[in-house]
Design a binder for this molecule. Structure first.
Ligand SMILES: [Fe+2]
Length: 328
């Protein structure tokens, strides 16, 4: 695995829509000096066309444009799918509350009043660009997570829908034991991706209709480490990569890959391990039929303190007892 960035940092592209030529030039030269790539438009009509460029990072928009004013330009930009997420900072002469409310309602992100203070303008620009990049990063990370989860389910037909079912049960259990929002998010990703390392396990082993040979077991047991390596480059992997690595550890320390036990197993991994084992018991596998719910619950009960966290198992059994739709 390499840490070399795939893309070089590029200059941020800012569109300045301003009818006053002196102001427009002032902004253009200031921003160019600050190493922004600057585009300009002299009115709302040409600004709306320039705003459709998908590479734009920010729009500085004069509110007092002739014909189509800045508020209307903002509204139209926000209606267009191609430009909906680009941050807009309105340049306003008057900074009355009414105008700010109208600007926010139209979809602007921030305001700077003219004549502007350079440090303030630049700080607000940096903040708007940072915020948008964070959101875009999050969206693409979620898309990657979904794609990875689909990839493993496509390869291992026996786990179809298994990960989604698990994410629901794991979230309930996490909430019951007091996980906060961030931990619950990590738990959801962990539940979805815990078996992503099976991408690196031959299909013949995953779908074998019979007991695995010792060598095949060795290969299958590599999936938590393969999964950890697959997930590591994702920015948000810190929140769940330990779940991927440790979901087959056991409370008594006899699991894999690290044979850690008890509270040394990260709490999210204990939850996913428990829910994973239950889901596997209650659904058909190529080599055995599903257990009934009662038998599976007995297995959880007798596994508490051995395979499973003895504090978690009873809470999970309570959740199962309260669930009206029983697994088939
Ligand atoms: Fe697994």
């Amino acid at each position: 695995m390499t840490d070399v960035p795939l893309f070089r940092h590029r200059r941020h592209i800012v569109l300045v829509i301003e009818d006053d030529s002196a102001n427009r030039q002032l902004l253009a030269s200031l921003l160019t000096r600050e190493r922004y790539a600057v585009r300009t438009a002299v009115d709302g009509e040409s600004g709306l066309i320039a705003a459709l460029d998908p590479d734009l990072d920010l729009i500085l928009l004069d509110i007092g444009l002739p014909r189509i004013d800045g508020l209307e330009v903002t509204r139209r930009i926000r209606l267009d799918r191609r430009a909906r997420t680009v941050p807009i900072i309105l340049l306003t002469g008057r900074s009355g509350v009414e105008e700010m409310v109208a600007g926010l309602d139209a979809g602007a992100d921030d305001f700077v009043s003219k004549p502007f203070e350079r440090p303030e303008l630049l700080a607000r620009m940096r903040s708007a660009i940072r915020m948008r990049e964070a959101i875009l990063g999050m969206e693409s990370a979620q898309a990657v997570v979904a794609a990875l989860a689909n990839a493993v389910e496509a390869k291992d037909i026996t786990t179809e829908l298994h990960c989604q079912r698990m994410a629901g049960l794991a979230a309930q259990l996490g909430e019951r034991v007091g996980f906060g929002d961030e931990e619950l998010e990590g738990l959801a990703y962990g539940a979805l991706l815990h078996d992503v390392g099976k991408i690196g396990v031959p299909e013949g082993i995953l779908t074998k209709a019979g007991p695995l040979s010792p060598d095949e077991w060795t290969v299958l047991r590599r999936h938590p480490e393969i999964g950890e390596r697959i997930c590591q480059p994702l920015g948000l992997s810190r929140s769940f990569v330990t779940i991927v690595r440790h979901h087959h550890e056991r409370w008594d320390g006899l699991g894999y890959p690290d044979r850690i036990g008890g509270e040394a197993i990260p709490p999210g991994a204990r939850i996913v391990g428990l829910v994973d084992a239950f889901d596997a018991m209650t659904h058909d596998r190529p080599y055995r039929a599903a257990l009934t719910l009662d038998v599976a619950m007995d297995e959880i009960r007798s596994g508490a303190g051995k395979q499973f966290d003895p504090a978690l198992a009873p809470v999970f059994l309570e959740i199962l007892e309260a669930t009206t739709v029983k697994p088939n």
